[in-house]
Structures are given as C-alpha cells and as structure tokens.
Design a protein. Structure first.
Lengths: 161, 159
C-alpha cells in the first residue's frame, strides 16, 4: 500500500520556465497578506532595523502616523514573496532590484496584494550559463482598495527548458 | 520625555557628508531564525530557502538564504547609524546580490553617503546611502542604494 500511492502519484509542479514569460504580460499573484503588528515587530527586530517609527507606537503617533509604521522592507519582501511562484520559484539566483519607490506608508492591519507586469527578458551574462535573466517591471502591491503602494523592478534568473 | 531622547544625537541630516563611509559595529549570523522564518513569513514559496533535504546535494550544500533576507539584514545592520532619525524611507535602487549566503554565514555592513540634499520640507533632508554587505570571508554579498528623509538637528534636536 505504501509503495502503491507513490507509484500512482502525479507531481503537480510549481513555477515557470523562461519560455513561459511574455513581455507585457500582467500577472495578479496569489493569496494576499494582511500585515499584523507582530509581523512587522518581528521582522524589524530580527533585522536590527532600529528606527522607533517601526517599534514605538507613541513615537510613531507623535510623528503623525496612526500606528506603528510597517517596516518598508517587510512590505517589499511580502510583495516579492507573493510573486515568487508566478515569477521565480524555479528560477536561478535573485540578482537585484532597481527603481523602487515607497509611495505611502503601510500600517498594521493593511492587506497587500501583488501584481507584476513582465518587463524585458535577456540572456544570462555568464559564459555557459543556461539561465536567462528576467526583469519583472512594476510589481504593484495594493492595499485592498487598489492603492498602488510600491513600484519596483526585481531581476531574476530563470532556467530555460 | 522628549522624542529626541529616544534616538541618536550624531546622525541627523547635518551629520552626513558626501563621501563619508561608515563601518557599522555589529554583525549578525544568518540562521534558520532569519532565513526560514522571514522567507515563510513573507510567503516566498521557493523551497531552496527552506528544504534542507533538496538542497543538501546542491552546489551550496544546504539551504540558500533568501536574498531579500540578506539585504534586509544588511540594511538593518546599517539602520541605527544611518536611519535612526529618518522620517521615512523613500526608495531603493541598484540592489545587487553578488554572492550566495548560507546558514552560518555572518554578515557585516558598511554605508557610504552618496548624496545629501534639501527636501521639500524645512525640517529634513534627503540622504542617499550606498550600503554594502560583507560576509565573514570578506567577500561582498550585497550592494544597494537607499534614499531616506532624515530629520535636521536644527528642527528636531530639542523636541
């Protein structure tokens, strides 16, 4: 019995190959993520990101915010994280990010979703490298009401088939 | 208690001169606590960051620390000195992840002041830092620019 289920199993694969990407394609990514206060406090403290706007509500309120400010790097990582299965799960190394603008603060309780527009794709630069570089342009998280919070350009190597 | 009692006294906008390079005092060793926890927290589904079994036979010998964790940690190591008195982080550019990081690697951070300019408000200016991340073997793993709106001492030191 134990052997039988493995013989009958079919893999449901995850991720996409280089050839699966079309320039200009828009991808709405899965799940969405409500950022809890504990998420941003944990992220901020684990990364030693010491600015009291990210850890002290009284201080944040004294600077005009309604609550602690969610660490912008947590927002970035959450947006990129939700895009991984569609963009880069079986890719090669994550090689960089460019032109990221923080448009407005995110607060605990906000819900983020992510969307990507496929930018250019280019051959890998290393001799003999089978991977090719992809640039995802305009990864746009929304706070539920469609607010655009961030625009960024992550670059990622994706394997070709 | 004054707000200014809660943050440093030597890292207001006026303190940053173009060309200054700061060596940040602390390093941090990357382990599952940082990599796996944050990778899963942000729902990054790439198992190369959390499946030790599948990565054992790879060229890395184990799980790869997620690049977003690596540069968040490097920027975090730089935050107290560079951004403790920031009113806001404005953006990032030219992020480069140059070498892999695995569990057990220790990261250190350096920052260079690329520009320090007035902003549209009197009480703060915009500083662009270039942050560098280096591992325990003196190999650079990260470089990236971050723009921050930083309080001016003239307006905030006594508040």
């Amino acid at each position: 019995m134990a052997e039988d289920f493995r013989e009958r199993a079919k893999l449901w694969p995850k991720g996409r190959l280089y050839e699966d990407f079309a320039v200009g394609e828009v991808r709405q990514h899965h799940w969405g993520r409500t950022i809890a206060l504990s998420d941003t406090l944990l992220f901020t403290t684990l990364t030693l990101s010491f600015n009291p706007l990210y850890s002290n509500r009284v201080y944040a309120e004294a600077h005009g915010h309604p609550d602690i400010v969610v660490n912008p790097l947590l927002v970035f990582n959450t947006v990129l994280g939700m895009s991984v299965e569609d963009n880069s799960e079986i890719g090669g190394p994550f090689v960089g990010v460019g032109a990221l603008t923080y448009r407005q603060p995110v607060y605990p309780g906000d819900t983020l979703t992510a969307r990507s527009t496929q930018g250019r794709a280019a051959l890998g630069q290393q001799p003999g490298q089978r991977h090719r570089h992809l640039a995802h342009r305009g990864l746009q998280p929304a706070r539920g009401a469609g607010d655009r919070l961030r625009t960024l350009q992550p670059r990622q190597a994706a394997p070709s088939s | 208690m004054k707000l200014s009692d809660l943050t440093g006294k030597a890292n207001y906008f006026e303190d940053f001169q173009v060309g200054d390079v700061i060596r940040h005092a602390r390093g941090k060793t990357v382990e599952g606590l940082e990599n796996v926890l944050i990778t899963n927290l942000v729902m990054n589904t790439a198992q190369s960051h959390f499946n030790e079994h599948s990565m054992k036979a790879s060229q890395y010998g184990g799980r790869l620390s997620y690049g977003g964790v690596n540069f968040s940690l490097c920027m975090g190591l730089a935050m107290q000195d560079c951004g403790e008195n920031a009113l806001a982080e404005l953006g990032m550019d030219n992020i480069r992840l140059q070498n892999p990081v695995v569990h057990g690697d220790t990261l250190y951070a350096y920052s260079e002041v690329l520009s320090a300019e007035p902003s549209g408000q009197d009480d703060a200016g915009i500083v662009t830092f270039r942050h560098y991340g280096v591992n325990q073997h003196d190999k650079q793993v990260f470089q990236g620019d971050r723009r921050m709106l930083i309080k001016r001492r003239s307006h905030w030191a006594d508040r």
